[in-house]
Design a protein around this ligand. Structure first.
Ligand SMILES: NC(=O)c1ccc[n+]([C@@H]2O[C@H](COP(=O)([O-])OP(=O)(O)OC[C@H]3O[C@@H](n4cnc5c(N)ncnc54)[C@H](OP(=O)(O)O)[C@@H]3O)[C@@H](O)[C@H]2O)c1
Length: 317
């Protein structure tokens, strides 16, 4: 499996890794994570928030799933998790909150260290220097190995990196979410910080498997996202049909074309497509076999130009 560096501190991960956010807590998910490892995937992306249901008193359920799947295989796995999205109190990154969160995540994962620990969202009430200073203490204590930020703006990334090297920034990036190219990506390239694109398949839209709103299950969160609604959906699906056509000409799937395009945007870019299914993990890894020429990249830009996506990134519930 092709490896890629994230940051300048020695972290190397499988060039396509795996997001576990939407995995239900069942044996198929365990088999998918383990099958991904057998296929060479090394980095697994979770968060303390995933699978958490505050009303039911369930916390860190997705971390527990990942920990269970990796039991006995820790030496081959790199675990990335996140803290900072709270229930009703906005994002938090103060020292006391971080210290409590890291211990909770280690407990849920059943591990004694986390490979890559991200702040999930910036905390407007705590200076980033204080947050990253606390995370740097966790590195010294051996609780975490590398530090990451998620959805942080460019100036904050610079300030954070001045306190302690930032290994990776995780943010949405795909053919239909290219905002990161304006300010964040140039700073990451300048400072040799890795970029971990989340929702690299446009939350599934870019795979061509979602043809109409009704394809989304009745309780699917994407029904609340503007890009999946009404006229936006109709416009976006037209672009995806062009991506599908190009993929078939290239002899690959639309998911593979979308991931190959991301991989071509920089050396330190490691997408984390999410899927519950092992066959799709394997399909997504096939992106590493897709070579895109300059002409191919130009054609992708023509059929799916920056800014073409209709609707804003996030929804309201
Ligand atoms: N830092 C953050 O704030 C943040 C936010 C969102 C996500 N994330 C991370 O990013 C990861 C991925 O993001 P995501 O799950 O939102 O979106 P995504 O990876 O863009 O898309 C996931 C969707 O695509 C489907 N899919 C995956 N591979 C496919 C294939 N080859 N063919 C057809 N359908 C396919 C999956 O369905 P099936 O499961 O049915 O295959 C799922 O519905 C998450 O797991 C999480 O770790 C981070």
């Amino acid at each position: 499996m092709q490896q890629r560096k994230l940051g300048n501190e020695g972290l190397e991960v499988s060039a396509v890794s795996l997001g576990t956010m939407m995995m239900p807590d069942n044996e198929e998910s365990v088999r998918t994570i383990q099958g991904a490892m057998d296929a060479g995937v090394t980095m697994f992306d979770t968060a303390d928030l995933y699978g958490t249901e505050y009303q039911l008193g369930r916390f860190g359920e997705n971390e527990k799933l990942v920990g269970r799947a990796l039991k006995g295989r820790r030496d081959k796995a790199l675990v990335a998790t996140k803290f900072g999205i709270t229930h009703g109190q906005g994002p938090k990154g103060d020292p006391a909150y971080i210290k409590k969160s890291v211990d909770a995540s280690l407990y849920s994962l059943g591990l004694d260290y986390i490979d890559l620990y991200y702040q999930h969202r910036p905390d407007p009430n705590t200076p980033i220097e204080e947050t990253v200073g606390t995370m740097a203490d966790l590195v010294k204590q051996g609780k975490i190995r590398y530090i990451g930020l998620s959805e942080a703006p460019a100036d904050m990334i610079r300030r954070a990196h001045a306190v302690h090297p930032i290994t990776a920034v995780e943010t949405e990036y795909s053919l239909w979410s290219r905002e990161v190219e304006d300010e964040v990506l140039p700073v990451l390239k300048e400072l040799h910080i890795g970029l971990v694109p989340y929702s690299p398949l446009g939350r599934g839209f870019l795979t061509g498997q979602i043809k109409k709103f009704e394809d989304l299950p009745i309780d699917d969160y994407r029904r609340y996202y503007p890009r999946f609604q009404g006229e936006n959906f109709a416009k976006n699906v037209k672009v995806v049909s062009l991506i599908e056509r190009m993929a078939s000409l290239k002899g690959c799937t639309p998911a593979q074309l979308s991931l190959a395009w991301l991989l071509a945007q920089g050396e330190q870019i490691v997408p984390i497509p999410g899927t519950k299914r092992l066959d799709r993990v394997l399909e997504n890894l096939g992106a590493l076999e897709v070579t895109l020429s300059a002409d191919d990249l130009a054609e992708i830009e023509r059929i799916s130009p920056k800014g073409v996506t209709a609707g804003s990134r996030f929804g309201t519930y």
